[in-house]
Design a protein around this ligand. Structure first.
Ligand code: PFF
Length: 457
């Protein structure tokens, strides 16, 4: 949420901007469907572990790298002496991820716009028919991208930041209300069980990879965004507590998102593993089941979801756009329009691959025993999971091994926390534990997950 390379006004502003980026469709649309495809409770369990053990240390790491260099991801890698290999796999790839994910993220956000209208107008959408309407999907996607471009182009004004501070808590309240409705439906308990009681026998390489990918997707880790946002963070601010707040809020909304969906999935006799359409098929049923005013509540809900998507899409466009502004000296206007329009063009196949165009809808590929059907799902798998995990791996190896880890420790220590370098047990400090995670635990676990998924052990 930054117009020029200046500093955040307050820690609260930074946290809200970073949380605005983190909390988005990933929490309410993606988390439930990925959990549903990966066994419910078992996935949730692995997910929370991934956030705590890998996501949070990497979040501090990216914020610190950004603040240390004051640069966009490519500049940050270059300024710390990176070679081409790490610059490509850690920084350039992260810009491409933001670009390509936005190209289908905007399509989903377009669906939320369609639903705001249908809820208000009292139209019961048949989601399969809605998705298969190519021109409508392209149109809604175009509207969403236009709003994103206009905001990034104008710099992110205080207005949006102020609005987000009110709208995000409101989203929380509404999610809470929908949870109450879901939980009180007949047959809801089967969903609660599915969601909260882990069946550990369901955990395998694919589940762990999905959980890890989802944690990075949701926390906005591995996209360069936290490097960029960290570059605007004053030295006096506390990276650890800010990062923990972001992780906490993001995970909280995701977990509540699941609690909102799964009871209803079971109550309405739907399949939890139906993929990206899950939330859009289930939520309208929940709103319809509210005796009066369900349409209005539904419309407000989708409006807030659309705004949550917008605060995320802005930051996704901001990353590649700020690269052209910083490094290629483009004007903000030019960068926003050129990158935004390119995203739109690249996103058109995604918007017509849910029934509108057969060849795009049915294209199939099997990657490491996971069958992907349709262009949209290919994009979500490669850019939304696989490459993000690669970037996260490379960033942790880079900062843990290629630059002095003491530099990062010092950077995180600036502005607190006070006990960062104080011995906790014996000579063990929080800083040392963090460094151990970045150097050993994070790369080792990510690597193991990748190798396991590739069938190498
Ligand atoms: N974290 C966002 C979500 O969960 O919807 C997605 C995202 C937005 C990731 C912006 C990265 C980013 F820069």
């Amino acid at each position: 949420m930054v117009a020029s390379r200046d500093k955040w006004g307050s820690k609260f502003g930074f946290i809200m901007a970073a949380a605005g980026s983190a909390v988005g469709l990933g929490n309410i649309w993606r988390f439930p469907y990925v959990a549903g495809q990966n066994g419910g409770g078992a996935f949730v369990f692995v997910y929370v572990l991934c956030v705590i053990l890998i996501g949070a240390p990497l979040l501090f790491n990216e914020m610190a790298l950004g603040r240390h260099t004051g640069k966009n991801p490519i500049g940050a890698f270059r300024d710390t002496g990176s070679n081409n290999f790490f610059t490509i796999t850690g920084a350039i790839l992260s810009l491409l991820i933001s670009f390509f994910v936005l190209s289908y993220y905007g399509v989903i956000a377009g669906w939320t716009i369609g639903y705001i209208y249908s809820q208000l107008a009292g139209i019961r959408l048949d989601f399969d028919v809605f998705m298969a309407n190519g021109p409508l999907n392209i149109g809604l996607f175009a509207i969403f991208m236009l709003i994103t471009i206009l905001i990034v182009r104008g710099g992110i004004s205080g207005g949006i930041e102020k609005a987000v501070k009110i709208l995000m808590p409101l989203l929380f309240v509404l999610v809470g209300a929908v949870i109450v409705r879901s939980l009180t439906l007949d047959g809801a308990m089967a969903g609660v069980e599915y969601y909260l009681i882990p069946d550990f026998s369901k955990i395998n390489g694919r589940v762990v990879l999905s959980a890890l990918g989802q944690a990075f997707f949701s926390l906005s880790v591995g996209w360069g965004i936290m490097i960029t946002y960290g570059s605007y963070l004053p030295k006096k601010e506390n990276i650890v507590s800010s990062g923990l707040w972001v992780a906490f809020m993001d995970t909280g909304v995701a977990l509540l998102g699941g609690l909102m969906i799964f009871p209803a999935v079971f109550a309405f006799g739907k399949m939890p593993d139906q993929g990206p359409t899950l939330v859009f098929k289930v939520l309208p049923e929940v709103f319809n089941s509210i005796p009066s005013g369900g349409g209005i509540i539904g419309a407000i809900f989708f409006l807030l979801l659309c705004i949550a998507a917008l605060t995320s899409s802005i930051s996704m466009l901001e990353v590649p756009a700020s690269y052209f502004i910083d490094e290629k000296k483009w004007s903000r206007n030019k960068a926003s329009w050129v990158v935004g329009l390119l995203v739109f063009l690249v996103g058109i196949p995604s918007s017509i691959s849910n029934g509108a165009v057969d060849s795009l809808t049915n294209m199939r590929i099997t990657v490491f025993e996971t069958e992907l059907v349709g262009f949209f799902n290919w994009m979500d798998y490669f850019f939304g999971t696989f490459f993000i995990v690669i970037v996260a791996l490379m960033t942790s190896i880079y900062t843990g091994w290629m630059i002095k880890v003491s530099i990062m420790i010092q950077e995180i220590g600036e502005g607190g926390p006070g006990n960062w370098q104080k011995p906790l047990i014996g000579s063990l400090t929080a800083a040392k534990i963090w460094a151990f995670f970045i150097r050993y635990i994070c790369p080792a676990i990510i690597l193991m997950v990748l190798l396991n998924m590739m069938g190498l052990f």
